[in-house]
Write a new protein. Structure first.
Ligand code: NCD
Length: 307
């Protein structure tokens, strides 16, 4: 029996298939309970601390909504400048402080590896809500949950990840998570923003088929799921390089005409201009449904690590 009790959630490659299935099943149960309007008190008396040292709308609010839907409560630092990190406090000391207040910690931080560093400082479960350009494992779980809901399966799908594959942590985590299934990947990026070699190597070592291209129009015709991402402006040292690449891909309704009828279009959001708004009303445009899946999936994670 898979168990996540007291575990940290640091990167998407950490999960066994049994753990992934447990999370998806638990999320489904919570989604049904929410839809039925049931009152859930599984985490009554428990306290979550959300520490967000980088901007967030969805991840923080959906974690907080998830905790409250479970009957638990939340304390939060929503901005680095409002915490003692701004006074020069180390992450270790911040975490040692917060563990005295809360039962579980959700952390977003600009540095790669920061969630692992935080986890090493405390016995409390730490959930990585984005460590710089590193990983975003809880997002990839809600992405997987969305794929299963929209497509009815994962195996044998061709999944295109498009945009800033170099700096986008959501696509790093999603690629690792989906490598537990029999999928074909199409990685669509300008040459300067390709998927890091170490991610591609991990996938190929697991026998996963990976094709790389910079041609979005061609990829659209071949895939079952198209996962668009934002060019990650905050990761660029040179603003002129960002300006050169910011409009690399703009998905329009017209570009989707030759796509499969069953195509699912996803995006972790926020969107800048990489998906034209005329795509939103297509039945396969799943990104706002994807957002809503964040609550039951994060309910599942919180209740499983606090079991
Ligand atoms: C993403 C992130 O923060 O990495 N947003 C999110 O959590 N839904 C994607 C992004 O910022 O581009």
């Amino acid at each position: 029996m898979a168990k996540l009790s007291s575990k940290d959630v640091l990167w998407a490659g950490q999960f066994s298939i049994d753990e992934i299935e447990l999370i998806l099943e638990t999320a489904k149960r919570y989604e049904q309970a929410l839809t039925a309007g049931e009152t859930i008190d599984d985490l009554q008396g428990k306290l979550l601390a959300t520490l967000f040292f980088e901007p967030s709308t969805r991840t923080r609010l959906s974690f907080e909504a998830a905790m409250q839907r479970l009957g638990g409560s939340v304390v939060t630092v929503a901005e680095a400048k409002s915490s003692s990190a701004a006074k020069g406090e180390s992450l270790h000391d911040t975490i040692k402080t917060v563990e005295g207040y809360a039962d579980v910690i959700v952390l977003r931080h600009p540095q790669i590896g920061s969630a692992a560093e935080a986890a090493a400082s405390t016995e409390r479960p730490v959930l990585n809500a984005g460590d710089g350009a590193g990983q975003h494992p809880t997002q990839s779980l809600l992405d997987l949950y969305t794929i299963v809901k929209e497509q009815g399966k994962v195996d044998n799908l061709t999944i295109a990840l498009a945009g800033d594959l170099k700096n986008g942590r959501t696509v790093h985590s999603l690629a690792d998570l989906l490598s537990n299934y029999d999928v074909n990947f199409l990685f669509v990026a300008p040459p300067a923003l390709r998927m890091p070699g170490e991610v591609v190597e991990r996938l190929r070592a697991k026998g996963i088929d990976v094709e790389e291209t910079d041609d979005l129009s061609e990829a659209v015709k071949a895939c079952d799921v198209l996962y668009m991402t934002r060019i990650q402006r905050e990761r660029f040292e040179d603003p002129s390089e960002y300006d050169r690449l910011k409009n690399a891909y703009v998905l329009t309704r017209r570009m989707l005409e030759p796509a499969k009828d069953t195509l699912t279009v996803m995006h972790p959001l926020p969107r800048v201009n990489e998906i034209a708004t005329d795509v939103d009303e297509l039945p396969g445009a799943a990104y706002f449904r994807q957002v809503a899946n964040g609550v039951p999936v994060r309910m599942a994670l919180l209740s499983l690590v606090l079991q």
